[in-house]
Design a protein around this ligand. Sequence first.
Ligand SMILES: [Zn+2]
Length: 534
Amino acid sequence: MALAALAAMAVLAIAAVPAAAADFPPQDSLYHSYAEMVSEIHAVEAAHPDIVHVFSIGKSYQGRDIWAAKISDKVATDEPEPEIMFDALHHAREHLTVEQALYLFHLLVDNYGTDTQITNLVDSREIWIIFAVNPDGFVYDLTCTNSSHPPYCAWRKNRQPNAGTSAIGTDLNRNYDYSWGCCGGSSSNPASITYRGPRALSAPEVRALRAFVVSRVVGGVQQIKAHITFHTNGQLILWPYGHTKTDIPADMTVWDHQVFVAFGKAMAARNGYKPMQSSDLYITDGDQIDWMYGRERIFSYTWELYPPETPTVWGDHYPPDEKIAPATSHNRSALLYFLTVGACPYSVTGLSKLNCGPFFDDMEISRGWKVNPDGTDTATSGRFVRGDPAPTSVGGVRMQLDRPYSGRYGFITGLPAGSTANSYDLDGRTTIQSVPIALPASPGLLSFRYSFAHGSSSVSDSLKVFVEDETATRALVWSKFGTASTVAASWIRATVDVSAWSGQTIRVVVQATDGGHDSLIEAGIDDVRVERPT
Ligand SMILES: [Zn+2]
């Protein structure tokens, strides 16, 4: 908040006392110090070992643990349940965020078994809370005796030294490896409060958080569906992107943007915060929510907590401790709503049947498809590649479309343009195979979008879809064959009944073939799903 004013703060010479005794002053004693936070979360785990597992996702620069908790039934088991993540204190002086994380922790644990809604949420989801991403800054911020508000330092960054300068610290929320330093939303000056670091992921705290999120990709599928990072202040709900003013840039699908807006507004209706795109506040680059969505497709929000905007850093970030309880409990219904809907954020726009079944791949990020899985493909050109198709036409007939059905990427035969090793036209056979998909007892349809354009073709040319069972036996479930007449490219929806494989784990296999004389063949696949049953 008020970054210009805060930048002036950062250049004040602030003397530090040893960090060992870092604690809040008596008038703010209801806030948890880092040490009190650590003992609190371990005490909760000891009292509720059936639903709480406390662990460290890694170490800070100075070697402190970045503590996290998993809250779920059968907490020791990685169940196939949707996962929802929260974190706090990227920025050291935003102490109320730790209190919000601890409030949420207690809300879930203390009411388990008595409150039906909360019990159901804990039973049906795996919930992750990372309590303080920046423990070094957390401790340091309570050590400044020369400050105008001792012991507070108004510190924001981590405590990592920078080469060639006495200026300390990197802004952890500008250090992620998505659009890092791209767009004027961070500083290259190590003395700045928004210093982005010498390179993306230079901060160990960011590497630890990133590694944790990536570790939740199981079987090619990111398990974390929704996420909130708590910051202060201003009572805002922010969604990606922060690095651009464009609402829907190329790497965001229209339906994801619709979810971000509708879900954000629905949360805001429950806590009175103001919902907006992150960049409408100000441009940020290398920040966490952009990375969470841009790289992992998680519906990720920043909540800027109480208080409202004030003219000073002290008013913005240091509400008196009697405000902790009302400010954190104020968010009870919005948090429970987020946990409810976060299992399938697409439900807010009516797309849960399509996009929240056992499998959904819009092809925008890599979700584990193997090209040439058997090693027997014969394609000499035009192999399947996940990418952005470039338009081609022959005799005025569109063979390859200029875009996939949704977003920016699909699996297309022949990318990129002009590559002699892999030109547009398919020659031979090319195959892709999905990750394993666990079908429920009564699965919905297998559905996908395809384009199959051809000229000078015959029945020797084809686009085929197979279902592969647990014994690697493949059944042909759908096919299109070439014809003598030219067929132009277009994205068409196809569906397949896969109820014969109910309760089994399958893979989807797609195969395009130019099999006879050399025809012109262009195929594409996008938006592969196993839908929820009707
Ligand atoms: Zn912040």
